[in-house]
Design a binder for this molecule. Structure first.
Ligand SMILES: Nc1ncnc2c1ncn2[C@@H]1O[C@H](COP(=O)(O)OP(=O)(O)OP(=O)(O)O)[C@@H](O)[C@H]1O
Length: 919
């Protein structure tokens, strides 16, 4: 008989018969045994004999075998041999009618005590030996033996029972057994059923409970996930909006910048056009004026000569007249000529003065125009000048004609006088000694020589004005350009001064022309000032907008995960100054550096340029944002790159005396400042390790060099792709001071050498890793940030630095690692499928900083001197490539729920039970 296979698998960890059986199961074999003991198959005979058996509608058992030695057999045997009952029906083994001890078990099972059976057998149903017939005597003797051994039971006994008694007894026993068995069977069936029902119910209840529980959990998780998703979507929408708005701003700024540039270009083109037009006009006018001036002066000179001749003739006439007066009273024609001559002279002087004034005013104004006078005013002025010049020219020509005419008349008169023989030879000497002075003028009046000097003064004044205007235009104090000696300069200064004095003393300042020139000057100055201011504001706006645009651009680049590159130009070293090196690096603005190369200037753009004017603090302020990121759970790397002696160590560590600490010591302080600000919300743990890569070997700087040699450090990657140095010591620090002490301990073990250039040079790559763990006290979430600070060894040319033996080996190793770094940068910049990180330990170490999941900042240090041109150019090109690399920074954070859920999932996967309290 077998239990139903379904029933076999029912867990018994539930309520069973009112008891809580937890995690207890009944072995199927045991169940089978228990069942067999009360198997209804034993009752098959009774069934055949008409005994009823309770059958359930859904039988859980089935009959397999019939037991030997059934009650039917017993009956039949008893009927066959009425006085001799063997124990066959009592014991399954027929031992030739001998009772065995085990044969009494059926009595025990049927709850009939041996004693009472014996008693019943002897007293009620067994006859007395004396009274019994012979066939019953045997039974009597047996019953006596039974009485003797009543305590031992029926072992080794042979029982002879009278047929009736035996029949009665056996029938009774069989009935009892049948009743007992049926009772037992019912009980067991009931028990099985109950058990089955209870276990089914319990199982269903448990399954339902577990299902409900997990459904609830799943709903809760789904809700959390939905919330997260919503949050992420909201955030990404926000970021997208931000990026869009930034792009809009960027575009707008670009448009504005373009418009501004266009306007600038247009303005300057217009201005240049106007200027060149004016210049042309002005120079042609000036040339005209100069030629007029020259011709006028020539004419004047000729007129003077003519006048001299006329004077001579007049003198001769006078003398002739005097002689003639002595002889006769005639001479009237010369009187008219004299008066006419006087008149002409007057007009000539007047014109001459006017020309001088015109030259002064016109020249000054004309030159002024070229420097910024309004075109209309200038045109008007030029028109006036030209008109006046024409007028003067016409008047001079007319005067000349008159003068010629007069001279002709005089000549005729002289000729007549000569004809009359009144020419006096002895007056010649006097004529030669006559000064070039107009007739009728006394000594106090201005002489012709003075007039010439005045013209010269005016010309010089004109020059002074030109010089002054040039200076006003340039906004500088008057100086001389061109190769002039100090003496020339002093002499010129003297001349200018004397001209100015003479100009002032001449009183022309008060004259109309002087006033006009003064006014023009003031106007020019005002206009010039205005133009300059406009230019200045325009430049300021342009610079501000350019800076803003660059800032937004940088923000966008930052969001994209681009590696930031800052370029720092160090000042010239004493050695470079002694060598007389010149500076070939300059900055256009905060983002553009220009390198003068033999092929012309080359422009490079970076995220920020730091010049010699920027302090260590300025540099740190720009980088400190990244320290907050590291504390927030990002991987951050700041590294310095550049040729030997370009200022990497100065930037990263600072100077030797720590008067100007660099980024690393400032970072220590900043970390603990941020920790202090947040200690009410977070619990922090800071630890650091310090390594150097020297001659292709990684060394732990926290242990002595001797111990470090025996230590093996390997570069590994954790599950998240974070690079770490296995085998390096990480020491915990609770303050900036402790961190700094650790750093000093490590620095003492570094490899440093002095190069030929007498600069103390780092001969190894220094890598300081600061691990920042923080636990949110409010929700228990954990974040893990890593801050890598790297001071690379300088690239150098062995020949240039004079390295030998060990130093040469060091240099080769450094150059090898830097060239491997260059290969990685090239591969990343060109987005190649394979990036050769594994070619060198340096690149392996920096794997998560270049193209990995870190926020990276590179400092490019360069020298400004021409002697380092090649290295500087190479470094600039190298760094420009780094700018193209994109990283994928992400926060290393685990929420408490996520950690727990991960555990639950793992346990469920491995088939373990999960208790409610675990979740
Ligand atoms: N910005 C700066 N202002 C003043 N001095 C500077 C600056 N940058 C560098 N120096 C000086 O230039 C010299 C060389 O600088 P540093 O040692 O930092 O170069 P390096 O690139 O680290 O060289 P190496 O790679 O050989 O170690 C030092 O004397 C340093 O003080």
């Amino acid at each position: 008989m077998h239990l139903n296979s379904r029933a076999e698998n029912i867990p018994l960890s539930l309520n069973f018969m009112g008891r809580k059986l937890r995690n207890h199961t009944v072995a199927p074999a045991a169940k089978q045994r228990a069942w067999d003991r009360t198997s209804p198959s034993r009752c098959a005979d009774e069934n055949r004999g008409g005994l009823s058996r309770v059958m359930r509608t859904q039988p859980l058992v089935c009959v397999q075998n019939e037991l030997p030695g059934s009650i039917q057999e017993l009956r039949e045997e008893v009927q066959r041999q009425p006085c001799n009952v063997h124990n066959t029906h009592l014991d399954q083994e027929n031992n030739g009618g001998v009772w065995k001890r085990g044969g009494a078990s059926w009595l025990r099972k049927s709850r009939i005590k041996w004693k009472s059976f014996k008693h019943w057998m002897s007293s009620e149903h067994c006859a007395e030996p004396s009274k019994t017939p012979a066939k019953d005597r045997k039974a009597a003797s047996v019953s006596t033996r039974v009485r003797d051994r009543e305590d031992d039971g029926p072992a080794d006994m042979k029982i002879f029972i009278p047929y009736d008694s035996a029949k009665l007894c056996i029938t009774q026993i069989a009935d009892d057994m049948v009743a007992m068995k049926s009772r037992h069977l019912e009980m067991v069936q009931e028990l099985e059923e109950n058990f089955l029902i209870a276990s089914q119910e319990n199982q269903e209840r448990t399954v339902h409970k577990i299902r409900t529980y997990y459904q609830n959990k799943l709903h809760a998780l789904k809700r959390v996930l939905d919330l997260y998703q919503e949050k992420v979507e909201r955030r990404s929408a926000l970021w997208e909006e931000k990026i869009k708005s930034l792009q809009d701003v960027n575009e707008r700024l670009q448009d504005e910048q373009k418009a501004l540039q266009e306007k600038n270009r247009h303005d300057s083109a217009t201005w240049e056009r106007e200027k060149s037009k004016m210049m042309e006009l002005f120079s042609s006018r000036l040339d005209q004026l100069h030629s007029h001036q020259a011709s006028t002066l020539e004419e004047l000179q000729m007129a003077r000569m003519e006048m001299g001749r006329v004077q001579e003739m007049l003198q001769a006439s006078k003398e002739t007249e005097a002689k003639e007066t002595e002889n006769s009273d005639s001479g009237a024609p010369l009187d008219g000529a004299k008066a006419r001559l006087e008149e002409l002279r007057e007009s000539l002087y007047k014109r001459e003065r006017e020309i001088s004034m015109l030259i002064d005013g016109g020249g000054g104004e004309g030159r002024g125009v070229q420097d910024g006078l309004a075109p209309l005013a200038y045109t008007r002025l030029l028109a006036a000048v030209v008109r006046q010049a024409h007028q003067v020219y016409a008047e001079v020509t007319e005067a000349k004609q008159q003068f010629d005419q007069m001279a002709e008349e005089n000549r005729k008169a002289v000729a007549e006088a000569t004809v009359r023989g009144t020419y006096f030879q002895d007056n010649q000497t006097d004529v030669d000694g006559v000064e070039l002075r107009p007739l009728g003028m006394n000594q106090s009046e201005v002489s012709l020589g003075d007039q010439v000097t005045q013209a010269e003064v005016n010309l010089q004044k004109h020059e002074v004005l030109l010089v002054a205007l040039e200076c006003i235009k340039a906004g500088v104090t008057p100086t001389l350009t061109g190769p002039v000696s100090e003496d020339d300069l002093a002499a010129l200064d003297e001349r200018v001064k004397s001209f100015e004095e003479r100009f002032i003393n001449s009183g022309d300042l008060n004259s109309e022309v002087g006033k006009r020139v003064g006014q023009q000057l003031l106007l020019l100055q005002a206009e010039l000032k205005q133009v300059k201011e406009e230019n200045k504001t325009m430049t300021e706006h342009y610079t501000a907008e350019r800076t803003l645009r660059k800032k937004y651009y940088n923000m966008v680049e930052d969001m994209k995960g681009k590696i930031r590159v800052f370029c720092r130009i160090r000042p010239q070293t004493r050695a470079e100054l002694v060598r007389g090196s010149s500076t070939i690096v300059s900055c256009l603005d905060d983002y553009t550096v220009i390198l003068e190369t033999p092929r012309g200037p080359r422009e490079f753009q970076f995220d920020r340029i730091f010049t010699t004017e920027h302090t260590q603090d300025d540099v740190f302020q720009e980088s400190s944002r990244l320290i907050q990121s590291a504390i927030d759970g990002f991987n951050v790397c700041i590294f310095a790159y550049g040729q030997t002696g370009s200022g990497k160590t100065f930037t990263m560590l600072g100077d030797r005396e720590q008067k100007n600490p660099g980024i690393i010591p400032r970072t220590f302080t900043k970390i603990f400042e941020i920790i202090q600000e947040n200690e009410t919300k977070f619990e922090f743990k800071v630890s650091a390790s310090m390594l150097e890569l020297y001659n292709d070997r990684l060394q732990d700087l926290f242990v002595s060099p001797a111990d470090a040699l025996s230590k093996r450090i390997e570069i590994k990657k954790d599950k998240k792709g974070l690079v770490f140095a296995q085998g390096a010591e990480a020491k915990e620090a609770t303050s900036a001071g402790e961190l700094f002490a650790l750093f000093e301990l490590g620095s003492a073990n570094r490899h440093i050498a002095a190069t030929k250039m007498n600069i103390e040079s780092s001969r190894s790559h220094l890598i300081i890793s600061i691990m920042l763990e923080s636990r949110n006290l409010a929700n228990g979430s954990m974040t893990y940030g890593k801050l890598n600070l790297v001071d690379l060894a300088g690239s150098e040319r062995a020949a240039k630095t004079g390295a030998k033996d060990d130093q040469l080996k060091e240099a080769n190793s450094i150059n090898k690692s830097l060239s491997a770094l260059g290969d990685v940068i090239s591969a990343l910049a060109l987005e190649q499928a394979h990036v050769p990180y594994r070619n060198n330990k340096l690149t392996q170490l920096m794997q998560d900083s270049l193209g990995g999941n870190a926020k990276t900042l590179m400092f490019l240090n360069i020298s400004p001197s021409d002697c380092n041109l090649d290295e500087t150019l190479t470094s600039l090109i190298y760094a420009s490539r780094v700018k193209a690399i994109t990283n994928h920074a992400q926060r290393n954070m685990e929420s408490k729920e996520i950690t727990q859920l991960k555990e639950v999932i793992l346990r469920l996967k491995s088939g373990q039970t999960v208790e409610e309290e675990d979740v």
